[in-house]
Write a protein that binds this ligand. Sequence first.
Ligand SMILES: [Zn+2]
Length: 147
Amino acid sequence: MFGKGSKLYSIVGMKCPRCHEGPLWRSPFYKLKLYDMHESCPVCGLKYEREVGFWWGAMYVAYTFSSGALLIVMLVTLLVLKWELPAVFTAVGITALIGFTYNARLARSAWINMVVHYNPNWRKENEENEKKLSEAKPEAAPIGTPQ
Ligand SMILES: [Zn+2]
């Protein structure tokens, strides 16, 4: 369930959703470079931004994740630990600040995993696609040569 090939492995491990090997990010989240993301997977070559504006959807996922996490912090500090309201809001604020970068990245990881699925045969499919492309390409004459 948590091993390579599962969605959770890719989402939490922030790995490429297709090969589960290449990293999504160039730097760790605590470096606070919010979206320091590879353009494509360094291992299988999958382009991460699937289309223009693809990452807009990840904002809704980030909102859901952060709302859930902050609600849990609020309920635990308020109902279980019985803290006063100013302390509860301070805890929620600190959690939001600390978790901001990680949450934004986790949301992108979850978002791309909704669209792209694990494919252990990606090498074979890449080779087939390249073969198809090379067959489909007509012999192009250099520009300026008479036809
Ligand atoms: Zn990959």
